[in-house]
Design a protein around this ligand. Structure first.
Ligand code: UTP
Length: 476
């Protein structure tokens, strides 16, 4: 098709769908810009556009809640009955075998824009460790390398980026020599994007020749794993389980034999770790059971009354929060993508810089008034035949770096990293100096190569120096 024909076709489609404003600056564009703009328009999914706009962009209704739902059952963090003790021991053994046999790969979703943190660059490059100032990417790389040594396998690490941060992320890895891993063992691929809208359903222009777009949410990983050829790569290598985690959690336990073992023994397709919410209104999704399926209901969609509802013993009825840690079976990703699937969209109202159609000026909105549509990975849980939940302990596994200050900030995460290190050491019998008010009086960081979990410390106890009040200690 020549240029004129392409333009004509796009123009007709845009008219039909009330988006003709996208060609406002056509007369000012050179050949390259025209081609760039047409390509983006040609890639739009016009069939779903009207529904997307009416159901998600213009509607202020939250997610559609299932008619009936109850709290989801979960495996407790510690086994309670003799039967459970037996199952946990078996699962740990099985999980260890799966890891050692190279059946499990690490998968980081790192395509987000990290706007709340306000860090200039991919979030994985944010320095977080309390003594050595290691970045999130470095920490994960060291954990993965250490797991390879501990379980004697060649670990593979998949990382999802977005068009917005892909090049920068690849450069960071190159500039850091892949943090001591083999470059061939790291596979970085990009997720898809969604166009941004104004509140009246018009697609925004980022430039006169470019639509405004943003990454399609962490739910986009389930498509991107397939479309990028990642699952084919996994299949070739015999990888069956994907250990999914977010780029912002420095306490992640990437290769957890118990979690992996339980998932595999129960023939689950996608499983989750959960923690007991800090309070009824904590801003995490709630694990529920609807029509027999594990479903996450967002905090904003659960009524205050239900969120605060208590059991006879005073505990919350909906007590389990989602922390974005999953084991996903490779076969589940393949099945979803060959069967045709769509996750629902979630709308986020954000400040989105865009071009003013009236005069071509760039608008930097002062208040959030643009609309992003994202899919969430946990919305795939109800699509599974089987899904299990394992409860975990916050101080052991979850310190998300989301905000510049306050809750979920780097300051909180660093303190949690020190606290966890201190707990591991004290459980192994090492004395941790404390201030009179009981707070820890030292700064400690444990290198992943030294210990990946509390049990690893016990074996190396003799190598740990005495820690004095006020000390800064790096244990490696
Ligand atoms: P968040 O929900 O924290 O979003 O992502 P974000 O974009 O990183 O940060 P804000 O909301 O702009 O402050 C949770 C995890 O999902 C990944 C993020 O990189 C993070 O690991 N993510 C999010 C993606 O990989 N792609 C996306 O489109 C969105």
């Amino acid at each position: 098709m020549d240029f004129e024909e392409r333009y004509e076709k796009c123009s007709q489609l845009l008219h039909k769908y009330n988006q003709q404003h996208l060609l406002t600056f056509w007369g000012e564009l050179n050949k390259n810009s025209r081609d760039k703009l047409l390509k983006q328009i040609e890639e739009l999914d016009f069939k779903s556009l009207d529904e997307k706009i009416s159901r998600y962009v213009k509607s202020s209704a939250g997610a559609q809640l299932p008619e009936n739902f109850a709290p989801a059952p979960a495996y407790p963090s510690q086994p309670k009955t003799a039967e459970q003790k037996g199952k946990y021991a078996e699962a740990k053994k099985f999980g260890t075998e799966l890891i050692s046999n190279g059946k499990v790969a690490a998968f980081t979703v790192a395509g987000g824009q990290g706007t709340r943190l306000g860090f200039d660059g991919p979030k994985g490059d944010f320095a977080i460790s309390p003594v050595k100032n290691k970045t999130l990417f470095r920490l994960f790389a060291e954990m993965i390398k250490a797991a390879g040594e501990k379980y004697n396998f060649q670990p593979r690490w998949y990382i999802m980026t977005s068009p917005q941060n892909h090049t920068q992320t690849c450069e960071i890895f190159k500039n850091n020599n892949f943090y001591g891993l083999q470059s061939r063992d790291i596979f970085i691929f990009q997720q898809g994007t969604e166009v941004n809208f104004s509140s009246d359903g018009k697609i925004l222009l980022a430039e006169k020749d470019a639509l405004a777009t943003s990454p399609d949410g962490h739910g986009g990983s389930l498509k991107a794993l397939f479309e990028s050829g990642t699952v084919v790569d996994m299949k070739k290598l015999g990888i069956e389980y994907i250990s999914y985690f977010q780029v912002d959690n420095p306490l992640i336990n990437i290769f957890d034999p118990l979690f992996i073992g339980l998932h595999a023994m129960d023939n689950a397709e996608m499983s989750s770790k959960a923690l007991t919410k800090a309070g009824p209104l904590e801003k995490v999704g709630n694990f529920c059971l609807a029509d027999g399926k594990v479903t996450v209901i967002e905090y904003s969609d659960l009524s205050k009354e239900l969120a605060e509802k208590k059991n006879g013993d005073g505990s919350l009825v909906f007590s389990l929060g989602s922390i974005a840690i999953h084991i996903i079976s490779r076969s589940f990703v393949e099945q979803l993508n060959t069967g045709g699937f769509a996750l629902p969209y979630h709308k986020a109202v954000k400040k989105i810089p865009h071009v003013d159609i009236r005069n071509g000026d760039k608008i930097e909105s002062q208040k959030p008034d643009g609309i992003k549509l994202e899919t969430f990975v946990f919305d795939a849980l109800p699509l599974t035949k089987k899904s299990i939940i394992l409860e975990t302990i916050r101080s052991e596994e979850f310190a998300p770096v989301k905000n510049a200050i306050g809750t979920d900030s780097p300051q909180v995460a660093k303190k949690m990293m020190i606290d966890r290190a201190a707990l591991w050491l004290s459980q192994a019998g090492i004395k941790i100096p404390k201030k009179p008010d009981g707070l820890i009086d030292c700064r400690i960081e444990i290198a992943p190569s030294f210990a990946l979990c509390m049990e690893d410390i016990t074996e190396k106890k003799d190598k740990i120096p005495q820690i004095k009040p006020g000390d800064t200690v790096y244990i490696s």
